[in-house]
Structure formats: structure tokens, C-alpha cells
Design a protein around this ligand. Structure first.
Ligand code: HEC
Length: 119
């Protein structure tokens, strides 16, 4: 792979989360909007980049997170993991549902970039 191609691909990977963040603000229903707000408040500290290029403590989340399985995602949010706190005493089930509904609207950045590169 030559340098230009590598630089281009890097550009796609870096630009993609930005594009998807913008798209995700498009047409959200009330539940998804609530989810986005709760997510930003409770989860953003670990899962949202404060600015481009900053590495977050938790992985970036999108529709493919938790293997795309809503039930699995609810369990992760409720119980946490070794490195993530659980939220079952802090968030109501409806708020966790709203977060899941919102995250399912966020496109997967790398796959998106690959699709765009093929066009
Ligand atoms: C203290 C930092 C922190 C906070 C706050 C946090 N997370 Fe996490 N989260 C992590 C880490 C780290 C992981 C990676 C899992 C691991 O290594 O155990 C993770 C993993 C996840 C996963 C699994 C991703 C996957 O595909 O496997 C989901 C879903 C998730 N978090 C959702 C949330 C939601 C929703 C909130 C807010 C209610 C939240 N997290 C708050 C740190 C955090």
C-alpha cells in the first residue's frame, strides 16, 4: 500500500465518526432524542470523543455495539463490566431503553467509510 492510499484511508477513518455524529442528529423520535441526552450525560465521559483524535476510555458505540443485540446491550448498561460501572441503580429501565434506541440510530463508522470509499 503506498503512502497516499494509506493517508486517504486514515482520513476516512478519522472523518467517519464526525459524519455519523451529524447524521445521527437528523430525524430522531422522542425516545431516541431522550436516549441521546441521557447518553451524553451519563456515558459521554467514557464513550464520546471530546474532540477529534482524542482516544476515549470506552469504545465508540453505534448500531453494531453489543453484537447488535438490544437485550445484550441492556444487560451491559445495567450491570457494567470490569471496566465500566453498572447503571441499574442510577438509570430507569425506560432511560436505558431510550439509550439503546438512540445507539441503534448511530451508523457504524468504519463500515460506512468502506462503503463510501467504494463509490
Ligand atoms: C467509566 C467509563 C464508562 C462509563 C461512564 C460508561 N462506560 Fe460503557 N464501557 C466502558 C468500557 C471501558 C467498555 C469496554 C468494556 C470492557 O472493557 O469491559 C464499555 C463498554 C460498553 C458497551 C459494550 C460495547 C460492545 O460492543 O461490546 C456498551 C453497550 C456500553 N459500554 C454502553 C454504555 C452506556 C449506555 C453508558 C451510560 C449509561 C456507559 N456505557 C457508560 C466504559 C464506560
Amino acid at each position: 500500500m503506498n503512502r497516499t492510499v494509506a493517508a486517504l484511508m486514515l482520513g476516512f477513518v478519522i472523518a467517519a465518526p464526525y459524519a455519523s455524529a451529524q447524521q445521527a442528529t437528523g430525524e430522531l423520535n422522542a425516545k431516541q432524542l431522550q436516549g441521546r441526552q441521557v447518553f451524553a450525560q451519563s456515558c459521554g465521559v467514557c464513550h464520546l470523543q471530546p474532540s477529534l483524535g482524542v482516544k476515549t476510555y470506552g469504545p465508540p458505540l453505534n448500531k453494531t455495539s453489543a453484537a447488535g443485540n438490544d437485550a445484550v446491550m441492556r444487560v451491559i448498561i445495567a450491570n457494567g463490566s470490569d471496566r465500566m460501572p453498572g447503571f441499574k441503580h442510577y438509570l430507569k429501565p425506560a432511560e436505558i431503553d431510550a439509550i439503546v434506541a438512540y445507539l441503534r440510530t448511530v451508523p457504524a463508522p468504519v463500515v460506512r467509510a468502506a462503503n463510501e470509499a467504494q463509490k
